[in-house]
Design a protein around this ligand. Structure first.
Ligand code: NAD
Length: 495
């Protein structure tokens, strides 16, 4: 659908969802929701703060304690979660265009990746929840020890703007399926789809107060959630800088469980014996430019063995024009707008630092389409990057690839691990020993071998080191949103 056609049927209501109702901020304050596609103001969004967060947490607590959701049988929650997933699919075109207008990603991917992944995630946890059994411990005959899982209670969720629906669903789906109540704070840069998800959850039958969305800025609406004495768990995705504060806030308040999915500077290592050079080039280029480079797991440090680097880069440069930025509401666009002017200027600042620190700019490097009022940057490649340069060390979160070189496996593992981050990594080689050896040596939550694109809800996602604490996705995610209880029962056997 084209923007004009879809905009007519779209819901731009920027009010929060608390206790099942759309509400303005208690203070009456709001802020402009600006589209990075063309700079237009889409709507006003409720500028929530402490009082609104308190109201949302109180609603979530009441709903949890009266068991309107937490007390349902898992099979009953399953049916509602599946209805929720179906409604997300049914409204897929609308949600995709909303995401595109709000944060700039190409609508074709918003529909085929973001909507589908979010719906699949809701469905998967719904389907899983009545198939997970509790345990009985192997104790002596005189006792029975039950090990049961119980929902933690009220879960606060804070998410970023790069995959707004997916990041939210990775947390709300297991949290809700397990029986918790949730208060979600989306990024102030991309609040609209989270609000629509809350509408659809109500329509699906998730009771009022169980899933609340408070909109607003991090320090005003996020901090009160992380500091709240009646929130049992805070699940955060965002920058490492704010993630560290989340752990401090959890410690300063009620020692709530804090789970953080944070930044990355992922290495992608191409050995000279790579089995398919064309595929490696397409993957390296496609993965860094997908979502305008605004992906936590983007392979932003490309290590190419010295003997094949020139050939590799020649092929990579040939692909760059196909990633030229364009209006993301058009159905064929593959590279859209960066989320806002602040992020665009951050990216342009990193490009300037690459140039001034002596890296060779071999593609892109400029802002484009400024006349649209939107935020567009060319796909950019730097060669001759050295490990100490800023563009090799810091997360850029934009369409910028830093190319480094290496001589052997030991050299590249040392360089790849020389990072505060440890989210993902890629290894390309035909040598099975080298593949396994390097994969084991890399300090990363996920290692891809001879591809960088595989992803599935069935596998955990998260990082080592300062890329975060805990894992999203897979059955492991239930661990974050459940308490483990042991119940001892004495057995006085009559026989
Ligand atoms: P950010 O840390 O600036 O903001 C993330 C969220 O935290 C937003 O909702 C924001 O409003 C809120 N926030 C900001 N300050 C806060 C505070 N003081 N207290 C409470 N909440 C606060 O990150 P961003 O710019 O929105 O997102 C980009 C970052 O997210 C990148 O570093 C990226 O790597 C990371 N990310 C990680 C993953 C992952 O799974 N590891 C996935 C997506 C994005």
């Amino acid at each position: 659908m084209q923007a004009t056609e879809t905009t007519k049927i779209m819901n731009f209501d920027g009010r929060s969802v608390i206790n099942g109702k759309r509400v303005a901020a208690i203070s009456g304050a709001s802020f402009d929701c600006i589209s990075p596609v063309d700079g237009r103001v889409l709507t006003q969004v409720a500028r929530c703060e402490v009082a609104d967060v308190n109201a949302a947490v109180a609603a979530a607590r009441t709903a949890f304690e009266d068991h309107r959701w937490s007390g349902l049988a898992p099979a009953q929650r399953k049916r509602v979660m599946i209805r929720f997933a179906d409604l997300v699919q049914k409204h897929g075109d609308e949600l995709a265009m909303l995401e595109t207008l709000d944060m700039g990603k190409p609508v074709k991917y918003a529909r085929s990746v973001d909507v589908n992944s979010a719906a699949n995630c809701l469905r998967w946890y719904g389907e899983a929840v009545d198939k997970v059994y509790d345990e009985i411990a192997p104790t002596p005959r005189t006792a029975l020890a039950l090990i049961t899982r119980e929902p933690v209670g009220v879960v606060g969720v804070i998410v970023p703007w790069n995959y707004p629906m997916i990041m939210a669903s990775w947390k709300i789906a297991p949290a809700l399926a397990a029986g918790n109540s949730v208060v979600l704070k989306p990024s102030e840069k991309s609040p609209l789809t989270a609000l629509r998800l809350a509408d659809l959850a109500l329509e699906a039958g998730i009771p009022e107060g169980v899933f609340n969305v408070v909109t607003g800025y991090g320090p005003e609406a996020g901090s009160p959630l992380a500091l709240h004495m009646d929130v049992d768990c805070i699940a955060f995705t965002g920058s490492t800088r704010v993630g560290k504060q989340i752990h401090v806030m959890a410690g300063q308040s009620n020692l709530k469980r804090a789970w953080t999915e944070l930044g990355g500077k992922s290495p992608n290592i191409v050995f000279a014996d790579c089995p398919n050079l064309d595929r490696a080039v397409e993957s390296a280029v496609g993965s860094i430019f997908f979502n305008q480079g605004e992906s936590c797991n983007a392979p932003s440090r490309l290590f190419v063995e010295a003997s094949i680097k020139d050939r590799f880069l020649e092929k990579a440069l040939a692909l760059v024009p196909s990633y030229a930025p364009a209006n993301p509401t058009k159905p064929d666009t593959v590279m859209g707008a960066l989320v806002d002017e602040i992020q665009m200027n951050t990216v342009l600042g990193y490009i300037a630092s690459g140039k001034s620190e002596g890296a060779a700019l071999i593609a892109g490097g400029e802002q484009v389409m400024a006349e649209t009022g939107g935020c567009y940057v060319q796909p950019t490649i730097f060669d001759g990057v050295t490990p100490s340069m800023t563009i090799a060390r810091e997360e850029i979160f934009g369409p910028v690839l830093s190319v480094l070189s290496f001589t052997d496996a030991a050299d590249v593992v040392r360089q790849a691990n020389d990072s505060v981050y440890g989210l993902q990594a890629g290894v390309w080689t035909s040598d099975i020993n080298k593949a396994h050896g390097v994969a084991r040596a890399l300090r990363a939550g996920t290692v891809h071998v001879n591809q960088y694109d595989e992803d599935d809800i069935t596998v955990p996602f998260g990082g080592y080191k300062q890329s975060g604490v805990g894992r999203d996705k897979s059955l492991h995610a239930f661990d974050k949103y459940t308490e483990t209880k042991t119940t001892w029962i004495r057995i006085d056997s009559p026989v």
